[in-house]
Design a protein around this ligand. Structure first.
Ligand code: E4P
Length: 216
């Protein structure tokens, strides 16, 4: 499974990119708004840092405006992927952008049927929101499992991005299901890296070495 970061914060993205495993970035209007910077500038900066797909979401809700916005965002950098909410008009936009050679990420996906329709309309990626499903007492991981089995059965090329990740176990379970990508918030990436036994092991190795050979 590839790891993306779900962030629009340049410092976070730069720090995680330096760790060597980052394969892409997803943003959304909330994450962009949090940065209080020009949308296009943020996306352009992210594309300079990370070599991989960078999802940028359309804000408009009608077909012509969504298409115009998508084309403007796609012109920022070849790695920009257009995030399109899974609605009727969203499906039309996904199909149109596919015909124009622009990659899309179907977002706000909460059912396997939505994922199937997005794939059939030509989305390069679908993003089921695992955490938001859990929030309403449903099973986000079951949704991922259903989508993976449908996509495997029909050999669909669309890649699944486990989104709305809330903790490391979401990432672990998504990986066990064979999900292609997880887009993970900065805080959860840090939690995935840390382990108390690693810290304790380093402290013990250092203490033993110093006891045998002295300081430095
Ligand atoms: C995915 O692409 C979205 O940006 C994101 O994962 C949403 O997560 P949230 O439910 O934590 O806002």
């Amino acid at each position: 499974m590839r790891i993306f970061i779900d962030s629009a914060n340049i410092e976070e993205i730069r720090e995680i990119n330096d760790l060597g495993f980052l394969a892409g970035v997803t943003t959304n209007p909330t994450l962009i708004a949090r940065e209080k910077k020009d949308y296009r500038t943020v996306i352009a900066q992210i594309c300079q840092i990370v070599s991989g797909p960078v999802s940028a979401e359309v804000i408009a809700t009608d077909f012509p405006s969504m298409l115009k916005e998508a084309e403007e965002l796609a012109s920022i950098h070849p790695n920009v992927v257009i995030k399109v909410p899974l609605t009727e008009v969203g499906l039309q936009v996904i199909k149109k952008l596919k015909d124009k050679g622009i990659k899309t990420n179907a977002t706000l996906v909460f059912s396997a049927n939505q994922a199937l329709l997005a794939a059939r309309a030509g989305a390069a990626y679908v993003s089921p929101f695992v955490g938001r499903i859990d929030d309403i007492s449903h099973d986000g991981l079951q949704l991922l499992s259903d989508i993976m089995s449908i996509f495997d059965q029909y050999i669909l090329e669309t890649e699944v991005i486990a989104a709305s990740i809330r903790h490391p176990v979401h990432v672990l379970e998504a990986a066990k299901l064979g999900v292609h990508i997880a887009t993970v918030p900065y805080k959860v990436i840090k939690q995935m890296i840390a382990h108390p036994l690693t810290d304790a092991g380093i402290a013990r190795f250092l203490a033993d070495y110093k006891a045998a050979f002295g300081q430095d």
